[in-house]
Design a protein around this ligand. Structure first.
Ligand code: 13P
Length: 345
């Protein structure tokens, strides 16, 4: 295993001002996104939509890497150019989602475990040949009555570590994603507890299974109140609790943390990321605090596009603008007035 190569890729993914676009929605998820704009989820529509994002001029000022779905890494653009080549030509690093979704945990059916370990090394090796340089695996932790259980946290951490070790073996940087879901009316303190327990177990498993921590990135959720909580915590509190939780739970060797947006609104995710970076600058932390947003970067361009070729330029502008603001937040330099200035592509 070439750890130096993994570290170099991980560091490039969190280069100053840059972060990741997650465009790896599975078949069911992209259908839900397309349903919201009344567009049929056909292979061509998925290709057109994603190609539009990938060909946004200047996006690589803010976007270091893009996570693809299995279909996309094998797809050609409308002019026959492989989409992987479109990204590489833009200076964007291609990545790949490798988990196979979630199933209920036996004996604890309101909790989920992630599948996809069988035959994973061969799949990773094929993805590396197709041009991927990093991989993503998402584990889901749900907060609710009596959950998350230790069993759920342990099963998911164990699978994340098995996947991470195999990814490094195949020369791909693992993006380790233990997502504590935003869904529910829980307080920020319950989210803190669940996040701390999850992160500590995840790193314990990563260390036990011999994963080189300087060759991975962590993709966590922010520490927030539930989306249905009565008095949701302010960005300042989100920042304070997130930074504190991570200082307690994450080893310093890690090159970076790339947050998911997790169903927060575009603006909410940006404001919270900005507050976290401002807090981190005060407290001092050893990692880059960047982003790996799916919905947080795609809400605006998806709506602007709405499946119409005539809207492509407007949608590209919306994507460029959102990426620019998220990049500013990733440096603690976002101000709300930036929402109004839509830049030309
Ligand atoms: P969201 O930012 O929409 O949560 O997506 C990130 C992701 O890749 C989830 O696995």
């Amino acid at each position: 295993m070439d750890i130096q190569k993994l570290t170099t890729t991980a560091q490039a993914l969190v280069a100053p001002g840059k972060g990741i676009l997650a465009a790896d929605e599975s078949g069911g998820t992209i259908k839900r996104r397309f349903d919201s704009i009344n567009v049929e989820s056909t292979e061509d529509n998925r290709r057109d939509y994603r190609e539009m994002l990938f060909r946004t001029k200047g996006a690589s000022e803010f976007i270091s890497g893009i996570i693809l779905f299995d279909e996309t890494i094998r797809q050609n653009g409308a002019d026959g150019t492989p989409l992987v080549k479109v990204l590489v030509d833009q200076g964007i690093i291609p990545g790949i989602k490798v988990d196979k979704g979630t199933q209920p945990i036996p004996g604890s059916p309101t909790e989920l475990m992630t599948e996809g370990l069988d035959g994973l090394l061969a799949r990773l090796q094929e993805y590396a040949e197709l041009g991927a340089r990093f991989a993503k695996w998402r584990a889901v932790i749900t907060i609710g009555d009596g959950i998350p259980t230790d069993r759920c946290i342990e099963i998911n951490a164990h699978a994340l570590a098995r996947y991470a070790a195999l990814s490094q073996e195949a020369g791909l940087v693992p993006i380790v994603e233990p997502e504590v879901l935003l869904d529910g009316d829980h307080t920020i303190d319950r989210c803190f507890e669940a996040s701390e327990a999850t992160l500590k177990e995840t790193f314990a498993q990563l260390v036990r299974q011999g994963v080189a921590l300087d060759g991975i990135l962590l993709k966590p959720s922010m520490v927030t109140s539930g989306n249905k909580a009565a008095n949701r915590a302010s960005p300042g509190e989100v920042a304070e609790k997130t930074v504190e939780c991570f200082r307690r739970s994450i080893p310093a060797a890690l090159p970076g943390v790339v947050f998911l947006s997790g169903g927060q609104g575009d603006e909410e995710a940006t404001v919270n990321l900005n507050a976290i970076n401002q807090r981190a600058a005060v407290v001092g932390v050893p990692w880059q605090y960047s982003f790996s947003f799916g919905r947080g970067l795609q809400g605006a361009p998806l709506k602007a596009w709405s499946g119409q070729a005539a809207n492509v330029e407007r949608a590209k502008q919306a994507f460029y603008h959102r990426a620019k603001l998220t990049s500013a937040a990733r440096q603690g330099k976002y101000v709300p007035s930036m929402e109004k200035e839509l830049s030309a592509v």
